[in-house]
Design a protein around this ligand. Sequence first.
Ligand code: ATP
Length: 384
Amino acid sequence: LERIQQAYPEGGIYVVGGTVRDALLGMGGPDLDLVLEPLTVFASQSNHRRNRLDELARQLVGWFGGSFGLHVAFGTARVKLGFGLEVDLAEAREEYYPHPGALPQVRPSSIARDLERRDFTVNALALRLSPRLEIVDLFDGLADLEARLLRPLHPLSFVEDPSRILRGVRLAARLGFRFAPEALAQIPSAVQPEVLAQASKSRLRDELLLTLGEASATRALGLLAELGVAEPMFGMGASPQVREAFAALEPILQTTSDPEAAVAARLYLLLHFHPDPEGFLTRYNLPRRYAEGLRHLRFPPEDPDDIRKFVGLPEAFRALHPERALWLLTPRRMLMGRDLLEMGLPSGPKIGEVLRKVAEARLRGEVLSYEDELEFARKLVSDA
Ligand code: ATP
């Protein structure tokens, strides 16, 4: 930051968002978000935009090594520095509506306008780097940070973007923050069916997956249910049974350092209790591997005793060696019908039969990788 200060004495460069929040809380994060104010506000010619982002990205890589990617159209750049820090650069932007009723678009703007479109006051703090270090606190975020309160910037914030509720829940669970009274008051109108129908499904999905990836996910899911959000947003509450299952899963997850495995495990567990898991996966356009994984997980083993254990998913987990449970839960490449067609098996019931046999072998732990599965299937095909 000192180097940037010296190299850009004219100012217009800010640290923003979670980086500032976490630094003030005395926590370090794995990345750094910087916002660049256009030198002439509204100077939006793409050349000018490109130059400033490009220049700082190159400068950072020149100082510390690493690499960067530039997205001129979005006005952003991502820099991976040699010593591991990831720096996101973005030009200051505001949202505007080209005409009434149109979808919002963004254009270069001042830092104040950029901060105005953010979710909570504690996330709308900025640190101006030059000419001197200075906190920019336009919405009393410092007071809220001290009181550990999540306060939206305006009364329609959650209606405008219901995924902000999930962001708040995630922060509340992770940092021990509470929703301010204004935030609580906004929730009911933001989870009305007609509002959720308009909301961006991909944002809700992304925020849900991020939440499921955190060590505090169980607390976050409990909070979602307490706030009355889980049912309207995701079509399921958090019954004592669900909470108990999550509590049982946590010790297993502590044995992995693979965040993706933890997301998958918690998602499968949620889906296990969901009245319409397939519908949920489709509605939120979740990656196909989860639908695949779910199919295999729900595959009932032949032994009736195993079936009993397997349908009570947490019980099944407890009965399994942790590594085996995680292996079953980790999304990975699995044999598919397409592979069998490529082996020369004609389409027809035989395909389903081979897939079923492979799935059984998978549950028994006899095949441990995609290559194993191919090999196993090849044998079945040639025997046939
Ligand atoms: P985390 O520690 O979870 O990464 P973060 O605050 O850095 O927290 P990001 O998802 O990286 O979270 O978002 C960066 C910043 O962008 C946030 O601090 C917030 O100011 C803003 N932001 C992100 N999503 C939204 C949203 N849906 N609505 C408004 N502002 C948002």
